[in-house]
Each structure stands twice: as C-alpha cells, then as structure tokens.
Design a protein. Structure first.
Length: 347
C-alpha cells in the first residue's frame, strides 16, 4: 500500500470516529490515536505540506480540535474512559497536570456516569418505585469544570476520597441550581409565585429592609439588589478591618466583570474630616463557595472582599483544609447581617 493510499484509508477512518465524538469520549480517543499516528508518519506532507492544512482541508476539523483529540489520547488510556464519558469532559480533565490526580478525577467521574446508567435502568423498569427521577443525575460539564478548578487551585495531590467529596458537593449545587431554574420556568408560565421566589425575608434586625425587599435572594442578581437596598443602613455600622474600625462610605461602581464592585471606605476616627482612606474591590457571589468554582482564584486582578448571601466555603468542614479555601478573600454574609444586626467579616 502506498503512502497516499494509506493516508486515504486513515482519513476515512478518522471521519468515522469524528462523526461519533459528540456522543462518545472513546471515539474522541480513537480519533486522537489515529491523528497522532498520521502526524508522526507525516504521510500528508506531499499533498498538504503541513499537518494543520491536512486536518483543516481533508479531515474537516480545525487544528485546535485535532490537538484536543491528541491531548485526550496522550492523557488517558482507552481502558480508563467510560462509555458515557463525553469529549468535553475529557478535554477539561486532561488539563490537570498531576498524572495521579488526573486519573483519579477521571475514575471518579466514570463511576458517577456508571451509577447514573444503573439508576436510569432501574427507574425505567416497569413497576419499580425505588428510584425517583429526582435522584437520577448525570454529571454535567459545569460539574467537571468546577471540580477541575478546585483541584487545580489546591496545588497538591488529592486522595480519591477527597475528590469524591468535591464532586458530591458540586453535584449538590448543580441540583439546587436546576431546581431554581425549574422554579423560574414555572413562574414564567404563571404558576404559584412561591415556586419562584425565595423564602419571605424575615429580619430580627434591619426590619425596614423587609418592607422594601420581600423575599430572600436566590441568585447573585438578587443578592446585588439586596445589598444596594441595604447599603444606607450598612454604612452606619462600623466593623473591624485589618486592625482598624472602618465603615462603608460610597459605592463607587457596580459592574459585570470581575471584580464586581468597588466600595469607598473610611476609618471611623476620621469620619468628621470625611477623608476617604481607601477602597475595597468586591466580588458578589450568592454562595461564597462560587468564588472558587468561578475560577476567580486564578485571576491576576485584586479582590479584597466577597459579599454573599450564604457563606458555605470557609465554614464547610469538608473543604476548609484546601489551599484554595485558605487563600480566599474575607467574606461578608448578608444573611448573617440580618441575624446579628452587625457587619462581621469572616477571615
């Protein structure tokens, strides 16, 4: 067989694998394996000059896509990839640099996929009431990204038990976000408004706010709105910051990109001079944990303070040993403000 004939045969097989990759990580691995072989043999040179020209012109994929397939091939063995694993999940997991941790993360997600498949089959069995549809869950790309982000931020090897714990936490948060989304869709169709709004905002302190803001926030947008409504009251409360008593003065700006806001502050002892001593760069998160999953720890931009509704990162016993959690900025929970009547910064 000539080099030209061999390349034609490989190309035909490649196209068959690539046609299946949307639903099969194994097909992506096979495509990467064959692409690597073609690249190493360089049989494309006489017709296409470069490998990039070959993949783009003859195979019909971009050089980046071809590189993704090859990366998957080089990062895992085909035996490690489960039948349900998707290429998008594999590509994200392949970014983990530590070989042992990368393989453990893949193993854990493969087991989750297999568990999903078993639950789905049991749930479809006629007369089987043991498996509720709400208990059947397939890990999403967002789950994979969240876990890989935390693993990368940790900086050291994690045990399988630790990785499984992080995956479980991410999945529970995904389920809650899904429930919130379903409530929103029901509300859009005119169903009971209680399915959409949070719990009624009952405040032992800041009772004036409950007259203006009826329900607890259920997402980041609601949190930002609540903070702006509360700000005129919060700016009257001094709090400790790096050994000084300070107070909020003015919201300089709120924006979409990270960090979300800047707040001008002043030391209490300089209040009469109205001297604005400094400003705090602030990131709003509905849950403080989301600061990690949103990958803000990797940003080169400054963030001094996280303002959230639920503080569930630094106080979570399952996560408080992780380096990413230790290095997070201080946290201000608005929910805690309603419960205590104070501004308490959690370090």
């Amino acid at each position: 067989m000539t080099a030209e004939q061999e390349l034609k045969k490989d190309t035909k097989q490649l196209k068959e694998f690539i046609s299946q990759v949307d639903n099969s990580g194994i097909a992506a691995w096979n495509a990467g394996d064959l692409l690597k072989i073609v690249k190493d043999k360089k049989g494309y040179v006489s017709q296409f000059s470069t490998f990039n020209n070959y993949t783009r012109t003859e195979v019909g994929i971009s050089p980046q896509t071809a590189n993704n397939y090859i990366t998957i091939r080089e990062s895992f063995t085909i035996e490690e990839i489960g039948e349900l694993m998707l290429i998008t999940h594999l590509r994200v997991i392949a970014e983990i640099q530590n070989d042992k941790t990368r393989k453990l993360v893949l193993e854990c997600f493969r087991e989750k996929d297999e568990q999903y498949q078993k639950q789905k089959k049991r749930g479809q069995t006629k007369g089987n009431d043991d498996v509720s549809q709400k208990d059947i869950y397939k890990p999403t790309l967002a789950d994979v990204i969240g876990v890989v982000t935390i693993v990368a931020a940790h900086g050291t090897e994690l045990s399988k038990e630790e990785i499984e714990e992080v995956i479980s936490i991410n999945i529970e948060k995904s389920k809650e976000q899904s429930r919130q989304s379903k409530r929103a869709k029901r509300q859009a169709k005119g169903t009971n408004e209680k399915d959409f709004f949070g719990n009624p905002l009952k405040a032992k302190f800041f009772k004036q706010i409950s007259d203006l803001f009826g329900y607890e926030p259920i997402d980041e947008m609601g949190l930002v709105a609540l903070f702006c409504v509360m700000f005129q009251f919060l700016r009257q409360l001094p709090f400790e910051w790096k050994g000084d008593n300070i107070e909020f003065n003015t919201i300089k700006y709120v924006r979409e990109k990270f960090p979300d806001a800047s707040i001008l502050c002043q030391q209490v002892k300089k209040r009469k001079t109205k001297e604005r001593n400094f400003e705090l760069d602030v990131e709003f998160e509905y849950e403080s944990y989301n600061y990690i999953t949103h990958n803000h720890m990797q940003s080169d931009k400054n963030c001094d303070l996280i303002i959230c509704w639920v503080d569930n990162a630094k106080t979570d016993k399952r996560l408080n040993q992780m380096e990413a959690i230790k290095n997070m900025p201080p946290v201000l929970s608005l929910k805690n403000c309603f419960e205590t009547g104070k501004i308490e910064i959690i370090h």
